[in-house]
Design a protein around this ligand. Structure first.
Ligand code: GCB
Length: 594
């Protein structure tokens, strides 16, 4: 699937704006055919946005189930004879879409794109009705998992991840026209041979018999540096300007389908020439060791929830730059493609994560309720869950494979990993990731409950990624003991001979709460906690990165564990610095990346 683009041969029209919207608490919309006409009793809803925080009533805020969106759009008059596609960048967690009376697509998974080919259903100039039934419920076969428990007041959704289960159409919706003979996919893999950059490419097309595939590579100034005919090949760029941390230099690869002298289809793929590789305990980008400084983040903003918004994105990247970060993890799901583009353009290194979070009853059961389940069993996360998980790994890699910013795939966050069931579940998933992308390291994020010596899944990973909360969830307020046990555990991991990234370490901190001596929840404690962790990391050569949890405070389910959400941010939810952000800035900006 290629992204909607305006090119010489392609045109797109945004469907973002106000749509009609309605909850379906009784789940009758599908039976009653709500797509067959104008949505009755609808209220306006912004697209893109999570629906949950735009309203004032608890029912809508907490709603789990089917919600209906509807809009009308006129297919541009000039699009007759073209291939016409309806493209959703995401709908959380699943959606079925109708155009007028016909169902056109169903998609499972809340953070990746899907589309429907409307060519045979619509024509240029026609006004069409688009209806989407979006469902945000979670079950043991969804990624992420959840379940519904019966309570005296009715069914209640529980899930085992620590961020609010926002729902809705979270990213842009497009109508797109392409030629019927069209480009369908492009894959680039880059390499370095001395001062020469190599760009291996493979282009897939549809109805392209007799057509020539041509690729033209241009530098950032638009000057052509290489070209080739054929659906696959290798381009060579003498004196290539490499993509690297802090230097988001991008080439443009124009892919064309040519009929005699006519360009039938054209699509632009940005290309950053770089390599990524693990060598012993080092993580190498362009054969140079890198040290990751940054955060686990969230797509989470006041009012719009998990929606993508360019203004918020720019603020977040400005803060990353200000604080001296060079990396982040897309905890705990694939982020918007605009975010990935921005990271490309700014030379930010990204650990790209699937939505597989909460596959851990030992951890989640205790914190989030829903006790007494077994993580991997025929009744809970099972073969079907594994199939869905494998598919989301493939889909994520298909979407993000060409982003130079992506240096590591994370196939899960904090799953159970100390049991035979976990080992059996995960072994094939690493193969799935490596088959889909043999070029990047693959890992998963290990949880404290499976410390060194007990984890049975890290053997499959190329690098070790650890979330650790010594001094917070264990030894709270006792940083002296925390430092000792943390050092001991980390030394254990270092003996594995793989690079280690600390993907989470953090302490909830209520902005403005000051205490001397420092106590948990105060800004002072967050600083002491960071200092303790940094001493532990600095003493361990195998540590190649620190990503503090979290970039900013974020929304979670309500409960006694959380005060208006998770408060481990270096920045507040409205993106202002806590003392910790200034502290990290001093460390990171002063750091010679080892
Ligand atoms: C974790 C999770 C993250 C939570 C964090 C916390 O280990 O990976 O999603 O938000 O801990 O603050 O408890």
């Amino acid at each position: 699937m290629l992204r909607p683009q305006d090119t010489d041969t392609r045109e797109r029209k945004s469907l973002d704006g106000l749509w009609d919207f309605r909850l379906d608490p009784d789940g009758v919309g599908r039976q009653d055919g709500w797509w067959r006409g104008p949505l009755a009793d609808a209220r306006p809803m912004a697209v893109p946005a999570s629906f949950n925080d735009l309203v004032t009533d608890l029912e809508t805020h907490n709603f789990v189930g089917d919600v209906w969106y509807q809009t009308q759009v006129r297919v541009p008059r000039g699009w007759g004879g073209q291939r016409i596609v309806l493209h959703f960048e995401s709908a959380t967690h699943r959606a079925t879409v109708w155009v007028d009376d016909a169902e056109v697509v169903s998609h499972e998974g809340g953070y990746l794109p899907f589309e429907a080919d409307l060519t045979d259903r619509v024509s240029g100039g026609e006004l069409i009705r688009v209806t989407a039934c979006v469902n945000n419920s979670l079950n043991f076969q969804s990624i992420p998992p959840g379940t519904t428990e019966q309570t005296p007041a009715g069914p209640r959704q529980i899930y085992w991840h620590d961020f609010f289960n926002y729902g809705g159409i979270h990213r842009s919706v497009w109508l797109l026209a392409t030629p019927t003979r069209h480009l369908d996919d492009v894959t680039v893999v880059t390499g370095i041979e001395g001062a020469t950059g190599t760009v291996s490419y493979a282009v897939r097309s549809v109805r392209a018999d007799g057509l020539v595939t041509r690729v033209v590579l241009r530098d950032a100034a638009g000057v052509e540096v290489a070209r080739s005919d054929g659906a696959e090949g290798v381009l060579r760029v003498a004196g290539a300007h490499l993509w690297g941390p802090g230097d988001g230099y991008l080439y443009d690869l124009e892919c064309q389908l040519i009929d005699a002298d006519t360009v039938v289809d054209s699509y632009h793929q940005s290309v950053g020439i770089r390599t990524v590789r693990i060598d012993g305990t080092r993580l190498l980008v362009n054969e140079k060791p890198v040290y990751l400084k940054g955060f686990g983040m969230h797509e989470d903003h006041i009012t719009i929830g998990k929606a993508h918004d360019n203004a918020s994105m720019i603020r977040d990247f400005e803060l990353l730059e200000w604080v001296g970060a060079n990396s982040f993890r897309t905890s705990h799901y694939p982020y918007s493609e605009q975010v990935m583009d921005f990271a490309d353009r700014h030379g930010i290194l990204v650990i790209d994560e699937t939505p597989a979070v909460g596959l851990n009853q030992g951890l989640g059961g205790g914190i989030f309720g829903g006790q007494g389940y077994v993580t991997f069993s025929a009744e809970t996360s099972n073969d079907e869950t594994q199939r869905v998980h494998a598919q989301v790994i493939r889909d994520l890699i298909a979407r993000d494979k060409n982003h130079p910013c992506v240096i590591v795939w994370s196939i899960a966050n904090e799953p159970e990993s100390d049991t035979e069931g976990a080992e059996d579940y995960f072994r094939p998933l690493f193969d799935v990731a490596r088959e889909a992308d043999p070029t990047r390291p693959v890992g998963f994020v290990n949880v404290m409950l499976a410390p060194h010596g007990r984890c049975r899944v890290s053997q499959f990973a190329d690098l070790i990624m650890l979330n650790r909360y010594y001094g917070w969830y264990v030894q709270p307020g006792d940083l002296t003991n925390a430092e000792l046990v943390w050092t001991t555990e980390l030394n254990g991991w270092a003996s594995e001979g793989k690079p280690i990234v600390i993907t989470e370490y953090g302490a909830d901190t209520y902005a403005g709460l000051h205490q001397l001596p420092a106590q948990p929840w105060s800004e002072e404690y967050q600083l002491d906690y960071l200092d303790m962790n940094h001493r532990v990391f600095d003493a361990c050569d195998a540590v190649v990165g620190e990503q503090m949890w979290n970039f900013a405070d974020f929304m979670t389910v309500s409960g006694f564990m959380r005060v208006g959400g998770n408060k481990k941010g270096a920045f507040t939810r409205d993106r202002q610095p806590k003392m910790a952000a200034h502290h990290l800035r001093r460390r990171w900006r002063g750091m010679d990346t080892r």
